[in-house]
Design a protein around this ligand. Sequence first.
Ligand code: ZN
Length: 388
Amino acid sequence: MLTLIQGANVYAPTYLGTQDVLIGGGKIIAIDENIILDSSVLVKRIDGKNKLVTPGFVDSLVHITGGGGEAGFASRTPEMNLTDATLSGTTTVVGALGTDSSSRTLTNLVAKAKGLKEQGLNVFCHTGSYHLPAKTLTHSITDDIMYIEEFIGVGEVAISDHRSSQPTVQQLAELAAEAKVAGMLSGKKGTVSIHVGPVDSHLSILHQVAQQSDIKLKQFYPTHMNRNKALLDAGIHFCDQGGTIDFTTSTTDYDLAHGEYAAAHALAYCLEQGVAPNQLTMSSDGHASLPIFDKDFNLLGLEVGKEASLLTSFQQAVKEYNVPIEHALMSITSNPADILGVDKGRLKATSDADVVLLDKETLTPEYVWANGTLMVQNTHAVIKGVFE
Ligand code: ZN
């Protein structure tokens, strides 16, 4: 059966005006001002008045198998559930390991990705983890990216962090080179996701890689860039040099009280500073542990990152920081998709029907489709994970 959304304000994420959107066979069939169907066609009609239609959100960093463990085994965070993403309008997630690549494994990561995909979500993954030399599934970054369909890049590799493996310029250059070539050979991007910690060296090692090798800054995708003002300004410099940066939407009152910029605030700030809208993204860091440290890096407590924070940060960017809807949407749809090289995050005829219908005022997702399958209806999950 076809679905026809009628008379909605469509953001592709570019604003297309008031349009009808026709969905069928897992794809967007047409976006047009007035789609007329023969009366014999079986179609579910949805009134788009006072609604926005947007691409399904692309969350470029989620610890889908759980993360954490910084305070011992009991502090390992749980796995994500399907509706953690879909109820908030997210239809694509990129899974990665984190600090712990010993008890957390790439086999488990890919298995979890396949499970979520069976339930309808779009899932991609990074090979490797915080540490270099990178752990891999096939004993080769090249083979991981070339032959395992879920792997699109490497990461998140930690820099400027006491939990990193203290990587060298040479190590990072070699890693990025291998990921890039593997990407070329398999039609992928081979992006290297970079976890940036709180140490004052910021992104300097990435600039050194670009100066001392043929690797471009674009090959790296640094996240947690809203950690503090100094790092944010280092991120603006990184963008000036042609890079792209990501802001983490999961946060804690502790972090915000200790200098972190809310992701929405960071987005607005960078746009004000003249950074191009297509160089900025937000991701949830969902199911990461959010450690709370004292000044000597002693752990005081842990919270868990939430996938839903991507939505609330989008809403906050538009409503509280007056970021244009298009720019806020780009940061969670077409930008991360382009940086990671996945064909997601845009609405156009023939694209996968990853679609969100939002209330115009509250920006609450009322309907969510992933590849044309209705995941959320009237804000309730139609499809739930097996154990939800
Ligand atoms: Zn991280």
